[in-house]
Ligand binder design. Structure first.
Ligand SMILES: [Zn+2]
Ligand SMILES: [Zn+2]
Length: 451
């Protein structure tokens, strides 16, 4: 069966618009739109039947019947004109029934674009993508139609709609479509009765480093242990275990500047609440969720954050980042070397000489060796109980007082430093306590460097 015959068969049963007609043969003939494809088809058919009608030798009646299908059923203007010119009567009352396949969605593309434009108002973005979910009624109707007429070269209505609205939006907005990582995805939910538009706004990611110059605040917000964040007497109905956090000191300024909904803080590992983060700081990525503004003045934000949190928390090296870097950040945290300074107190008084001779033993035991650490009791409520092997690279020590020593330890990321020192009742081995032969406690810990 030729395409022409198939088209006549279709219009004998249904009215479909030129967009939908073209879509049914979308894989045939490239570099054109479905609308032009549909229109060209009907025009070529009108011409062929006109020629046949004018020819003396051919089937006039057949040509007239076909032209009538094109003029009446397909509502094709050129076919109507041909019949008019040849003085052939055709049914002047043409139905206003909508396209069987799209209910005239494709004739109203500018309207659909307009709804999106309204919801994109106030948003800053470089590019976008259109996505569509279809009500099952539209999908089923299209599938049945293709099956009935054995149409094997068609395109999905979804692709067709996305492309047409995408072109329209691109023209109005003067911004390109972006298929891999669009700033905004405009999602249409299309139905015969009603449709709606929703926006998916991609998060922005800002990478930087932070320093924590005070003890007693966690890196990120912790829900109150007693009420799990609901708010209770013990947390003063704040739902928080700690009043503030590094995250809370940093992120609000970004959220405000980006006119965002919220944010999420991703640190390259974390120090304990009572541990300072010194040196060049710890890498972090701040994910800013649902931002209206994407081009931020990072320098200005950094200044504001640092001014507000003077001598407490500071940020540096801000640059734009990506979702992938969040994954790298988490992965690398376990594999990067870190340098810690620990101020310790000893159970027994020892002389300077004794200290330095034990320090040599510590170096022999730990340097470039692995330690076994069973999950410490203090974190067992949030980490699985297992034994981790961590490498210690270097240990330096300084005698401060007979019962006070300072150590600088270079270790693999994720090492529990306090446990290396006190031994955690044998859960970490070897430990300083083990080598000294009496308990050594970690009084203060600072992170000096993260490679
Ligand atoms: Zn249609
Ligand atoms: Zn509470």
């Amino acid at each position: 069966m030729t395409i022409f015959e198939k088209v006549l068969e279709i219009y004998q049963e249904y009215y479909i618009c030129l967009h939908c007609l073209g879509r049914m043969f979308s894989l045939l003939g490239t570099d054109t739109t479905n609308y032009d494809r549909g229109k060209s088809l009907l025009l070529a058919m009108t011409m062929e039947n006109h020629r046949s009608y004018l020819s003396r030798h051919e089937n006039h009646e057949g040509a007239i019947a076909n032209l009538k299908i094109l003029a009446e059923n397909a509502r094709f203007n050129p076919a109507q004109s041909v019949l008019g010119r040849e003085g052939i009567e055709c049914n002047s009352i043409i139905s206003s029934e909508k396209c069987h396949l799209c209910k005239d969605i494709f004739s109203n593309i500018p309207e659909y674009a307009k709804i999106a434009i309204q919801s994109l108002h106030n948003l800053e973005f470089k590019n976008f993508l259109v996505g569509t979910t279809l009500e099952s009624q539209i999908v089923n109707r299209g599938d049945n139609f293709k099956a009935q007429f054995n149409l094997l070269n068609s395109e999905s209505i979804k692709n067709h709609f996305n492309r047409e609205v995408g072109k329209e939006l691109s023209n109005i907005l003067q911004k390109p479509s972006e298929f891999t990582i669009p700033d905004i995805t405009v999602i249409y939910t299309l139905g015969f009765a009603s449709s709606e538009v929703n926006l998916l706004i991609r998060s922005i990611f800002i990478k930087g480093r932070y320093n924590k110059y005070i003890r007693g605040i966690p890196q990120t917000h912790w829900d109150c242990r007693a009420c799990r964040g609901k708010g209770c007497e013990s947390c003063d109905f704040s739902g928080k275990q700690y009043k503030t956090s590094v995250e809370k000191k940093i992120s609000p300024e970004f959220v405000k500047e980006a006119k965002a909904e919220s944010s999420k803080f991703h640190g390259a590992g974390r120090e304990d609440i009572d541990v300072k983060m010194l040196g060049k700081g710890r890498p972090f990525v701040l994910e800013i969720i649902h931002p209206e503004i994407r081009n931020l003045n990072l320098e200005k934000i950094q200044k504001k954050v640092n001014k507000r949190n003077k001598k407490k928390v500071q940020i540096t090296n801000l640059v734009y980042s990506s979702k992938e870097q969040v994954k790298n950040l988490k992965f690398n945290a376990e594999n990067t070397k870190k340098v810690y300074r620990a101020l310790t107190s000893s159970f027994e008084s020892i002389t300077k000489e004794k200290f330095y001779s034990i320090l040599n033993k510590l170096k022999d035991t730990f340097e470039n060796q692995k330690v076994q650490q069973r999950t410490p009791n203090r974190v067992s409520h949030r980490r699985a109980d297992k034994i981790r092997e961590k490498k210690i690279y270097q240990i330096e020590g300084k005698f401060v007082k007979p019962k006070v020593f300072e150590f600088v330890v270079e270790a693999q990321g994720g090492t529990y430093i306090k446990e290396i020192i006190h031994g955690d009742n044998g859960r970490t081995t070897p430990s300083f306590t083990e080598i000294f032969g009496f308990p050594i406690e970690c009084k203060q810990l600072d992170v000096l460097k993260i490679y």
